[in-house]
Design a protein around this ligand. Structure first.
Ligand SMILES: Cc1ncc(COP(=O)(O)O)c(C=O)c1O
Length: 473
């Protein structure tokens, strides 16, 4: 641990050293068995007499905080960490700006695990292609580059992604138009920073994807929820002054329907008239349940208003933090400049591993396998809910993706609390007042063998709740 001294401190040098080590031990920052620097090294680093350090260590040893090690040196003794007395650090004087302080967490709360996790963001770790990933990762780990990479992403990965999105989704992209990001949310953040003036009005689908709504709020934008109907966002209801429109055309989040072709064309015509960029978040169309996908907005867009966003959070793992966007060439320099002053790019080793996963066919093989597994789970969940949901609850058909939305018969109600079962709430997906309540049940995070009992547990929970229960806020 780093030790500091202040020659002007009246406590003297020995006590200053003693206090710092003791406080670090009591606060748990260093724990039993952790090595302390030798008295010689501390003395040399601080340019003080070695005997001063030795005296501090002697006192810590006498009180049991540290013990001598066979072969020399000292380690922290078996002292239980308890909060130190005296003044504590406080962040009371560092309140976040209101737009950030108001962010409400969505979905995955840290540290929470449940036996049956239906939250749409959860994946079953057993499906991750560990052997392939390791094989692709190892060469990348051997030769870390000595320089920052391209802020737009590694050329090899951009090349692979351009081919992959063209082949798998019909998106028209060259490697130069692809920009590697740390997931879809990050892509939207970069777009907002680069293209949307401060204080703008931006439009999202209502209901929509809460993290993006919160993200746009945190930029200080006025976020307007635009209703969706059976064909997708109601274009006539988009405010004319909107400077960005965020949509999920392949699989509307959270309700599940695709945006009709007619509506796509209408939205593009609107974007052209309003000179407004459109974000097409294609977050889960690797998992399609219908035979014929609709052409992506990006492909239909002749004028260059659409920024297409993809992620590997569903297809590989949300923990990798890898996604990408396909942007008109004119936008790439601004994104590159922006990225360069933030974080440059995702770790080069993971980019390199992903490029190899795509190039060597591992990703396609993994997706084929997952599609089979998820088709079974989806069928189990759909049928299971059909057989067990109380009267009045409606399952919504989904054309793609890894969750099913269930609409409750009305609005409001007490929380559905159960430590074993987790799910997301439809009501939470409304930027304004919810007009429908219900649940979002993901089927990717629960092993197939566990799914029947998980469905029973969920439906049981509903039945045992008050009949007027609709969901939880
Ligand atoms: C609509 C939508 N967009 C994007 C994502 C993924 O975001 P990210 O790539 O930032 O993990 C999700 C994940 O559940 C989603 O539902």
């Amino acid at each position: 641990m780093e030790l500091f001294i202040d020659p002007a401190d009246e406590r003297g040098l020995t006590v200053q050293l003693y206090d710092q080590v003791r406080e670090a031990i009591l606060a748990g920052r260093i724990g039993p068995g952790d090595r302390l620097d030798s008295t010689r090294r501390v003395a040399a680093g601080l340019r003080i007499a070695r005997s001063t350090v030795a005296e501090a260590y002697y006192r810590l040893g006498a009180e049991g905080y540290i013990v001598g090690r066979a072969g020399g040196g000292s380690v922290v003794g078996p002292v239980p960490a308890v909060a130190p007395d005296g003044p504590r650090r406080t962040s009371a004087r560092l309140p976040p700006v209101p737009a950030v302080g108001a962010i409400r967490p969505y979905g995955q709360q840290q540290g929470q695990t449940a036996r049956y996790d239906f939250r749409p963001g959860s994946l079953d770790p057993a499906l991750f292609p560990t052997a392939d990933w390791r094989r692709c990762m190892l060469p990348a780990l051997d030769h870390p580059a000595g320089s920052y990479g391209d802020p737009a992403g590694s050329p090899a990965l951009r090349e692979e992604l351009a081919h992959w999105v063209a082949r798998s989704r019909g998106v028209l992209a060259t490697a130069e138009e692809v920009f590697v990001t740390a997931g879809a949310g990050h892509a939207v953040d970069l777009i907002a920073r680069a293209l949307v003036p401060p204080g703008s009005v931006v439009a999202v689908e209502e209901p929509g994807y809460p993290p993006v709504v919160e993200l746009l709020h945190s930029h200080g934008f006025t976020v307007i929820g635009v209703p969706v109907d059976a064909e997708g966002i109601v274009v006539d209801a988009i405010p004319s002054q909107a400077r960005l429109v965020y949509v999920t055309p392949s699989h509307q989040y959270p309700l599940g329907m695709p945006m009709s072709r007619r509506r796509r064309l209408e939205l593009l015509a609107w974007a052209n008239r309003a000179a407004c960029p459109i974000v097409e978040d294609d977050y889960d169309s690797e998992f399609r349940h219908t035979a014929r996908p609709l052409e992506p907005l990006q492909r239909l867009d002749a004028e260059g208003w659409v920024l297409y966003v993809g992620t590997f959070s569903k297809s590989l793992s949300p923990a990798l933090r890898l996604g990408f966007l396909v942007a008109p060439l004119t936008v790439i320099p601004a994104l590159r400049a922006l990225r360069q002053v933030i974080d440059w790019n995702p770790p080069q080793a993971t980019q390199s591993a992903l490029a190899a996963m795509i190039r060597d066919g591992h990703l396609d093989r993994h997706l084929r396998r997952c599609r089979g597994v998820y088709a079974r789970r989806r069928r189990l969940l759909w049928d299971g809910l059909g057989a067990t949901l109380p009267a009045g609850y409606t399952r919504l058909p989904a054309v793609a993706g890894l969750h099913i939305a269930v609409v409750a018969p009305g609005l409001g109600g007490e929380p559905l609390a159960h430590t074993d079962v987790r799910y997301s709430e439809l009501g939470r997906c409304y930027a304004a007042e919810p007009v429908r309540d219900g649940f979002l049940l993901g089927f990717a995070g629960i092993p197939t063998a566990l799914l029947p009992e998980a469905i029973k547990a969920f439906s049981g929970l509903l039945r045992h709740s008050a009949p007027e229960l609709r969901g939880q806020r």
